[in-house]
Design a protein around this ligand. Structure first.
Ligand code: C2E
Ligand code: MG
Ligand code: MG
Length: 594
């Protein structure tokens, strides 16, 4: 039963009860008692007029004597203590204005510390009559709040490692960047080297296990004020609070040292490494900076660390961002340039040493850029390789080189044209078809075409290279191994490679004076190796008469280099060849050998 109003000090209107009023009070008491939530009827001053059974049980239920206020007790005073936060004064204002009829309802949630822990209540108050009496209910919403909090936690954490997830990390970093007294913020981006191999070879469960082990290690090695989070996959981010460039380096070193100990994966011990990128924002640069910017910068630095050969730490610098933007821009422009035919081929003569005749040319691509002028292949071929443009680029080179060779054939210039092929193109599996297409369209016999593949490209996947070389040679197209001596292909790979020509890298040919005798020995060895494998050899980068004489002396079949001629447009080459013919012998050979 609700506590009865009637004690000393109660307002007159409650104490004076005639029959009708008493009947009314009994109804109110019964209604309040039917409510499961602790509920009070208050007068305009906040004194308790009626308290339902649930309220009377509350003090015992929650182990708090403050709740034992009975009839006539000061609820407003209690409310100030219970809600116990800076907003509680405003709560009192709201209850008073409710009582004065200035508002319809007061409703808010508050936490209340009980002996059994924090419980959450929803307080709702409404005005009963013109005298300003109000009814206040307190509904226990702890289970709802707990469930909401659990789902909010899940939404902000990664289920595998229980670390903050991408969205939450960005929230935390943004908060840190906006903190007024923040001296500097560091974001460290960590990516496990070769994680895909672990997943592919040992399975996803083992991969997950590795991520959990790593999460635990990183959390234990970082400072209490830092936050470790997982962006997804094998990408982790550490937020370093109050962490300047010096602190960032120390943080990165600690994170890297988590890889000192091997990981236990599927019962085996595995040594792993990670690439780490660092981005630090000092107080001077945080204005307007967003978490996505800082994490993006750290990601770029990590990517640079990985490209530089893994197991490294790189610090972000604005040049990295410029380089990436530049590459993206170049890729877009290059796509347009290939379609618009803005590429050109220059041809560099190849001299057949035994006869002194120019028997071929190497087609070297250039980009006639509208603003930047004639660009060398180093400025755009790697971009093409990284952006899926190498096959269209090479198709254009093949078509143009084949067309030019066919035209030269018609005017009596019999030249074999060499075209450079990238490893990425070898991987597409369309090379043979692309070559056949170009030859058919141009009406050129396969024997007039030579394909150049670098030693490193052959070493990347020797089996695939050997297969495609064999198919090309059967079709009549010759194949050469370019830049031999610059990479590290094994002798056994070379012996089993069905190539016709070995191009000796210019670093070997053009050795500095003090290493000339070693260089000569090296070139002699490569020439001997080529002969033993049934290949002809070509000395690249011949820049002096002396080098040409040496190449001839050592038995190279061909030579190519600035001393003979620089790469030039087709029309210049025709004139140059015309000049050669009129002299009937190659003056350079005479000069070189003579
Ligand atoms: P590469 O195939 O080894 O071509 C020879 C490079 O050496 C050419 O540079 C040529 O100009 C240069 N060179 C020739 N003689 C000398 C010399 O005596 N001294 C010096 N220092 N250099 C000499 P370029 O045209 O800049 O080409 C560089 C590389 O770009 C080529 O090396 C080739 O790997 C690649 N490349 C060129 N055109 C294409 C193409 O159409 N497709 C692909 N995938 N790569 C190409
Ligand atoms: Mg080449
Ligand atoms: Mg070369």
């Amino acid at each position: 039963m609700p506590g009865r109003a009637g004690g000393p000090g109660l307002p007159q209107d409650v104490r004076r009860r005639d029959g009708a009023q008493r009947g009314h009070t009994v109804v109110v008491e019964a209604v309040l008692d039917a409510l499961p939530s602790p509920t009070l009827l208050l007068d305009a001053e906040g004194r308790v007029l009626l308290a339902n059974s649930a309220w009377q049980a509350a003090a015992e239920l929650y182990g708090d004597d403050r709740l034992a206020i009975g009839i006539g007790g000061d609820y407003f005073g209690l409310a100030r203590q219970l809600t116990d936060d800076p907003g509680s004064l405003r709560v009192l204002d709201r209850l008073r204005s409710l009582s004065r009829g200035e508002r319809e309802l007061v409703s808010f949630d508050y936490a209340f510390a009980t002996t059994a822990g924090i419980r959450w209540f929803h307080l709702q108050a409404s005005r009963v009559d013109r005298a300003g009496q109000i009814v206040v209910t307190h509904t226990d919403i702890t289970s709802r709040v707990t469930a909401e909090r659990a789902s909010a936690w899940q939404a902000r954490h990664d289920h595998l490692t229980e670390l903050p997830n991408r969205a939450h990390l960005h929230e935390l970093i943004d908060t840190e960047l906006r903190r007024p007294d923040q001296p500097s913020v560091t974001v460290l981006f960590l990516d496990v080297d070769g994680f895909k191999d672990v997943n592919d070879s040992l399975g996803h469960e083992v991969g997950d296990d590795l991520l959990r082990q790593l999460a635990a290690r990183l959390s234990s090695r970082t400072r209490a004020e830092d936050t470790v989070g997982r962006l997804g996959g094998d990408e982790f981010v550490v937020l370093g609070r109050d962490c300047d460039a010096v602190g960032a380096a120390a943080l990165a070193a600690r994170c890297q040292s988590t890889f000192d100990e091997p990981f236990q994966l599927a019962g085996r011990s595995a040594r792993l490494t990670a690439s780490i990128g660092i981005a630090t924002a000092s107080a001077a640069d945080v204005a307007g900076l967003r978490s996505t910017d800082l994490v993006g910068d750290a990601d770029l630095a990590m990517y640079a660390a990985k490209s530089a050969g893994r197991n490294r730490v790189r610090v972000f610098s604005p040049e990295l961002r410029t380089a990436v933007r530049q590459k993206a821009l170049v890729a877009t422009e290059l796509r347009g340039a290939i379609e618009a035919g803005d590429l050109v081929l220059h041809y560099q003569p190849v001299l057949h040493l035994p006869t002194g005749a120019v028997t071929g040319v190497e087609a070297l691509v250039r980009w006639q850029h509208p603003e930047r002028g004639l660009l060398p292949p180093a400025d755009f071929v790697p971009v093409a390789e990284q952006n899926g443009l190498i096959a269209p680029l090479t198709r254009w080179v093949l078509a143009e080189a084949a067309r030019q060779a066919a035209e030269w054939e018609r005017i009596g210039l019999d030249l074999i044209v060499g075209v450079n092929i990238s490893a990425a193109h070898l991987a597409t599996g369309t090379l043979l078809a692309d070559v056949t297409d170009a030859l058919t369209t141009a009406g050129l016999v396969p024997e007039r075409l030579l394909l150049e593949l670098t030693e490193t490209c052959v070493a990347e996947d020797p089996e695939r290279a050997a297969e495609q070389f064999a198919a090309l040679r059967i079709s009549g197209v010759e194949v050469s191994i370019d830049d031999f001596g610059s990479g590290f292909s094994s002798l056994s790979q070379l012996v089993s490679m069905p190539a016709g020509i070995l191009k000796i890298d210019r670093e070997l040919v053009a050795a500095p004076v003090h290493r000339r005798s070693q260089s000569a020995a090296a070139v002699a060895a490569v020439v001997g190796l080529a002969q033993a494998c049934g290949m002809r050899s070509l000395a690249e980068g011949v820049e002096t008469a002396e080098q040409l004489a040496l190449a001839t002396e050592l038995g190279c079949t061909y030579a190519q280099g600035f001393h003979i001629a620089r790469p030039m447009p087709a029309a210049d080459l025709e004139r140059w060849m015309g000049g050669l013919r009129s002299r009937r012998a190659h003056p350079l050979v005479v000069a070189g050998v003579g």
